[in-house]
Design a protein around this ligand. Structure first.
Ligand SMILES: [Zn+2]
Length: 88
């Protein structure tokens, strides 16, 4: 069981937005939002990030907004396909 636990970040599970009141949840800050999606652009489940339900909800909304603004990717596959097409 302990082996599986080591897969995730060693820091304690705590909602980062509750801990730091100055940390904005904003689509204009994809640098922050990026910590809550995996390398393929998927939103990471709350049980892994440790965000509380209130902030996870806001996070989801802002990530989706950021995607529409083309500040974030929807999927890794899509990003690589666009790259390939632009090369040709
Ligand atoms: Zn919170």
């Amino acid at each position: 069981m302990t082996v599986f636990r080591k897969k995730f970040a060693p820091r304690r599970k705590f909602c980062r937005f509750c801990a730091d009141k100055d940390l904005p949840i904003d689509y204009k800050r994809p640098d922050i939002l990026r910590d809550f999606v995996n390398e393929r652009g998927k939103i990471i489940a709350r049980r892994i990030t440790g965000a509380c339900s209130r902030h996870q909800r806001r996070l989801t909304v802002e990530i989706k907004r950021a995607r529409q603004m083309a500040l974030m990717i929807y999927t890794a596959v899509h990003a690589s396909e666009v790259k390939k097409k632009s090369v040709i």
